[in-house]
Design a binder for this molecule. Structure first.
Ligand SMILES: [Zn+2]
Length: 413
């Protein structure tokens, strides 16, 4: 019964939160002028749509049926007032006129537009004199969870494409990891602190079976069904809603700002010899990955600091992205019966090395106490993942015995 009461309270809070987020995103997008479709822009859009057609044969424009289904999935168990859905659906019609690729999920587009706007503002502040090409973004169902920035012969635009399940994965990962932290003392205003003592977190994970179950379920959903949202939906405890959104935002900003990092660092200027009419997917060298990570890190922490959120809290969210990458890599390795690629791939350094580089920049850029707390928190995130790994591994092997297959999208991985 206690759990039910909590769920209802949590639903109320998420309800308000979700309405606010969607409204704000819509209003921000409506503020923007309607785009003028010139030849360069049309060409960049064509690049996105062509790739989407290639990766998802038979891809369709999302119609009102799709939007209704998506709304249902997004708000499962929350219970929003009817008039909100009607308003939301009519807003989407407006959003669709402003989308880049016509195949995009309008809700995703609306939310990511807000992220990209803040990233662009932050980049302008960080390097005011730098001239940049404009960026169009979209999703691709690739199984390449790093996202990809594409240089084209286009004189005005770059294209950034993110794995279509990535934001869903980030959201559910933040939700799962946050709830591994036990509640600390409750303050008189009703807010509470989380306990960041490693042994308390361990005890919490051992005592509450749901924590591991949900994280395992998430990874299984992503690698077997190809969709993180195939995981069983659940409402977070209301005390965690704020934390979850902080860590989710940190991850999502980082992923997108990393790709912007490739664009602003000149990695996408394809040499004529390798450029193709489709656009040239640059196999980035490790050095370029580190450069993009640096831009991603600084931009993310700066944006969240504008919201009065300290890196000692937000940084762990950035590392959570890498922990997520490692989890997927380890899970796929078990399924494919191969060694874990601890040494990275031709295009990307191993996640562990990227995390080490981040910590180095953090120590250089922040006061000692702040970087120390940030890293301590990130260490606990890592420990959480280690603690649930045996359970995930057992589930993977069991799934394999029963004939489960990894989703075909991961063959690109
Ligand atoms: Zn990259």
């Amino acid at each position: 019964m206690v759990y039910a009461a909590l769920s209802v309270q949590a639903a109320g809070l998420i309800n308000i939160n979700l309405r606010m987020i969607l409204r704000a995103a819509y209003l921000a997008l409506r503020e923007k002028q309607m785009p003028v479709i010139d030849a360069a822009r049309a060409d960049a859009i064509q690049v996105i749509e062509t790739l989407q057609q290639r990766y998802t044969p038979g891809v369709k424009e999302p119609d009102s049926e799709f939007s209704k289904e998506f709304f249902k999935k997004m708000t499962a168990g929350i219970g929003l007032p009817d008039n909100f859905e009607a308003e939301y659906q009519s807003n989407l019609l407006d959003v669709k006129k402003r989308m880049f690729s016509r195949y995009e999920n309008p809700t995703w587009f609306m939310l990511v537009s807000q992220f990209s706007e803040r990233i662009e503002k932050a980049l302008d502040k960080q390097a005011p004199d730098k001239k940049r090409k404009k960026i169009l973004f979209g999703t691709l169902h690739t199984g390449r969870i790093n996202g990809v920035a594409i240089g084209t012969k286009n004189p005005e635009y770059y294209v950034i494409l993110l794995e279509s399940g990535l934001f869903g994965f980030a959201n559910l990962l933040a939700k799962g990891v946050a709830q591994a932290f036990p509640q600390g003392e409750k303050k008189s205003d009703g807010s509470f602190s989380i306990s960041t003592k490693m042994d308390k977190v361990k005890q919490n994970i051992q005592a509450d079976d749901d924590i591991a179950t949900r994280l395992v379920d998430l990874v299984m959903a992503y690698i077997v069904a190809g969709d993180p949202h195939a995981a069983r939906p659940y409402l977070p405890k209301k005390e965690y809603v704020a934390l979850i959104s902080i860590w989710r935002d940190a991850m999502e900003y980082f992923v997108l700002a990393h790709e912007y990092g490739h664009a602003v660092s000149g990695h996408l200027e394809a040499s004529p010899a390798t450029a193709t009419s489709e656009g040239n997917e640059i196999p980035s060298s490790w050095k370029e990955e580190f450069e993009a990570d640096y831009v991603g890190l600084v931009t993310t922490l700066n944006i969240l600091m504008e919201d009065r959120l300290s890196p000692s809290l937000t940084y762990a969210g950035v590392e959570a992205f890498f922990l997520g990458l490692e989890l997927i890599e380890r899970a796929l390795a078990v399924f494919q019966g191969r060694e874990i690629r601890e040494h990275g791939t031709a295009s990307h350094p191993p996640a562990m090395m990227r995390r080490e580089a981040m910590r180095h920049w953090l120590r250089q850029g922040l006061p000692e106490q702040e970087s120390k707390s940030a890293i301590q928190l990130a260490d606990i995130f890592q420990e959480v993942i280690e603690l649930i790994w045996p359970r995930l591994e057992a589930t993977l092997r069991e799934g394999q015995r029963r004939g489960a297959q990894i989703h075909p999208m991961w063959t690109n991985y």
